[in-house]
Design a binder for this molecule. Structure first.
Ligand SMILES: [Zn+2]
Ligand SMILES: [Zn+2]
Ligand SMILES: [Zn+2]
Ligand SMILES: [Zn+2]
Length: 306
């Protein structure tokens, strides 16, 4: 492919075409801005950055995706803002109509941009229209807070979330890969969705969240315990865990693989991927008077040999 000559030819056709030509032909435009970009000729970098800015909606400043609209005076607007402005251009107040900005849509098609989580470590570069999809899956995207008792919108990397769980949610932190936990609840007849407890375990240099909760499974109230790994799914698979609960000569055991906290708490619960204890059995394990839930859950986390 003769990229160089293509680029020169196209850049003689006019402003818009030259933008497309540079965006397609010159790989330099996707690298972080640096002083040496003069080598790409005619200020390719600043031109492309300018184009990228043109693709930010002037109203909400989100990236625009087709259909991109414009007013008769040429002011662009994203499709979700267009629905909200009652057919008036927010920039010039002119009636908006229904004019597509095909040129800008085409320019976007030709752009390649770094992932928005570049600062967090992702160095991949994507065509404009597939960037969004990648970013939803990017392994460098921040994690959501694993605490599920309230609607918590905190996101961050794992060390930040561990600190957040400890300081803001007052979650118990334990060191070691075995545990022996007692759950006591005074009124076991009350089963609310997401009545729950969370403990964080520190082992193998990683953190694991042990969830314990009560919910309604069909008509039956049940208790459930499961483990989530504070990290990505591919790493979670390197670990295994077991849980045991019992008394009076009976015992329930569960062995599983911790789920990544990328999977929501609710998703794990709804897939029943954990130790499920029927309430009658839980009360039996609690020792008789049915007035109090007293469960001793023991468990172990291990690293799979590969
Ligand atoms: Zn917008
Ligand atoms: Zn306008
Ligand atoms: Zn990425
Ligand atoms: Zn939180």
């Amino acid at each position: 492919m003769s990229q160089g000559s293509d680029c020169t030819e196209i850049s003689e056709l006019g402003t818009l075409d030259s933008v497309i030509g540079i965006a397609r032909g010159d790989i330099d435009i996707v690298s972080p801005p640096k002083a040496s970009t003069a080598s790409s000729g005619k200020g390719g970098i600043s031109l492309t950055n300018g184009v990228h800015e043109l693709l930010d909606c002037p109203i909400c400043s989100n990236s625009m995706y087709p259909p991109i609209h414009q007013c008769p005076n040429g002011h662009t607007i994203c499709s979700s803002c267009k629905l909200r402005v009652h057919n008036r251009c927010p920039t010039c107040r002119h009636e908006l109509g229904n004019i597509r900005c095909l040129a800008l849509e085409k320019v976007a098609e030709s752009l390649e941009l770094p992932c928005r989580y570049q600062k967090l470590g992702c160095h991949d570069i994507f065509p404009y229209y597939s960037k969004l999809k990648h970013e939803q899956q990017c392994m460098f995207r921040p994690y959501s807070c694993p605490y599920a008792g309230s609607e918590c919108s905190v996101t961050g990397d794992i060390p930040a979330l561990v600190t957040h769980l400890r300081d803001d949610h007052k979650v118990d932190m334990h060191n070691g890969c075995t545990f022996n936990h007692r759950y006591v609840k005074p009124n076991p007849q009350e089963v609310e969705n997401a009545t729950w407890m969370l403990t964080v375990f520190n082992c193998f240099g990683q953190q694991f969240c042990l969830h314990f909760e009560a919910f309604q499974l069909g008509m039956a109230p049940v208790y459930m315990a499961f483990l989530r790994f504070m990290g990505d799914d591919n790493e979670a698979k390197n670990f295994g865990y077991s849980l045991e609960v019992g008394a009076n000569g009976r015992k329930l055991c569960w062995q599983g693989i911790p789920r990544s906290i990328r999977d929501s708490h609710k998703k794990v619960r709804d897939s029943h991927d954990g130790l499920i204890i029927q309430r009658n059995m839980a009360l039996f394990f609690s020792g008789g008077d049915r007035q109090e839930l007293k469960l001793r859950v023991t468990g172990r986390i291990w690293k799979e040999q590969r």
